[in-house]
Design a protein around this ligand. Structure first.
Ligand code: ACO
Length: 339
């Protein structure tokens, strides 16, 4: 008997209401709308107010994904995030409880900006194994909490948000059925995208007593943007091509490439490397910035709502992030209404 396929059947998103424009940032930092737009393509991002945590965003997106799927229950929750409410416990059980899902299986996945694709693969694996029949896969991040207020290079890029999909068991030939995911990592690059302090290597409580690598804590997110630019392009393009091949598609067959919204120049370079027209690569970062684990479901919902992504489109999702990590997955876009 073949393992059950995971079929995407619901999509929901949530953004915190406070928009921060490039001009807003330029009033605080040595930057400009022109620099940010030309180097990243970003115009606006959204920022959660101090009392709003990642679980709050995840619950809103999860509720909407369930509504989009026409369901009030699933058998599991997989939450991709780098910004959990607390270091312990995982945030997913709290989200499951707040959604009224009872005592279902729930856990967090940490793969930074590739988190949603790792969570999607985990959810599909649980369905294929017969552990669950349906699962809510959420990507939610509150990067505003871990950005250095004085770091213009990360403040310009990252925004908060959440997106979620519902997967149910079904047949591999159905619209929405996920192809075999492609996943990879290279831990030799772990220093390139990192929050150095606050984990077991450099617990925050030991600072002030000279125990940090340089005697100082750094609790903020740091990214060597230039150093990871080329890897991001190569890994996302190569993973996307592998996922397409696994689905039996050529490059020309790919109707839409929904890539992690890291930077407009990266999206264009990925499309060019894959030799697919840039217009097949939906752009959402101009409105929301890089929302880390939330970026792909937010981009999917925006593309579906604006008609850029239509039922039947042969779609490839691809992402790259800290770890370093990357991944991709192919599916034929299903007929659904994002909520
Ligand atoms: N405004 C004005 N100047 C700025 C800003 C800003 N907001 N940010 C950086 N600069 C300056 C830098 O200080 C630097 O100045 P210097 O030359 O005097 O040192 C100059 O601009 C050039 O900086 P670069 O880092 O070389 O700029 P670049 O053109 O590479 O753009 C960026 C930076 C946007 C981060 C880009 O490198 C990028 O997008 N990289 C890839 C990011 C990525 O893919 N990350 C992985 C996924 S995300 C994740 O996993 C969390």
């Amino acid at each position: 008997m073949n393992a059950a396929a995971a079929v995407l059947c619901g999509l929901g998103t949530w953004l915190p209401p406070q928009a921060v424009t490039n001009d807003d940032l330029a009033r605080e930092l040595d930057t400009s709308d022109a620099w940010i737009r030309s180097r990243t393509g970003i115009g606006t991002r959204f920022v959660a107010t101090p009392t709003v945590a990642t679980s709050d965003l995840a619950v809103e997106a999860g509720r909407r994904a369930l509504k989009s799927a026409g369901r009030d229950a699933v058998d599991g929750v997989v939450l991709a995030t780098t910004t959990p409410d607390r270091p312990c416990p995982a945030t997913a059980p709290l989200v499951a409880a707040r959604l009224g899902l009872g005592t279902v299986a729930s856990f967090d996945v940490g793969a930074v900006c590739t988190g949603f694709l790792y969570a999607l693969a985990a959810g599909a694996g649980l369905i294929a194994a017969g552990t669950v029949d349906s699962v809510l896969v959420i990507g939610a991040d509150t990067y505003s909490r871990i950005l250095d207020p004085a770091d213009r290079s990360t403040r310009a890029i990252f925004g908060d948000g959440a997106g979620a999909v519902v997967l149910r068991s079904g047949d591999a030939t159905e619209p929405g059925a996920l192809g075999t995911p492609v996943l990879g990592s290279d831990g030799t690059g772990s220093e390139l995208i990192t929050v150095r302090s606050g984990g077991s290597r450099e617990p925050l409580h030991t600072f002030g007593t000279d125990t940090g690598a340089d005697g100082r804590a750094d609790p903020y997110f740091r990214m060597a943007g230039k150093a990871v630019f080329r890897s991001a392009v190569e890994r996302m393009a190569d993973a996307a091509l592998s996922a397409a091949r696994r689905a039996g598609w050529t490059t020309d067959d790919i109707d839409r490439l929904v890539a992690h919204q890291a930077n407009l120049r990266i999206l264009h370079a990925v499309a060019d490397r894959m030799r697919i027209p840039r217009h097949r690569c939906p752009v959402h970062l101009d409105q929301v910035g890089n929302t880390a684990a939330a970026s792909i479901p937010l981009a999917l919902a925006h593309a579906a709502a604006t008609g850029t992504l239509a039922p039947g489109h042969r779609t490839v999702l691809t992402a790259f992030g800290g770890g370093l990590t990357w991944g991709a997955c192919a599916l034929r876009w299903p007929d659904l209404t994002p909520a």
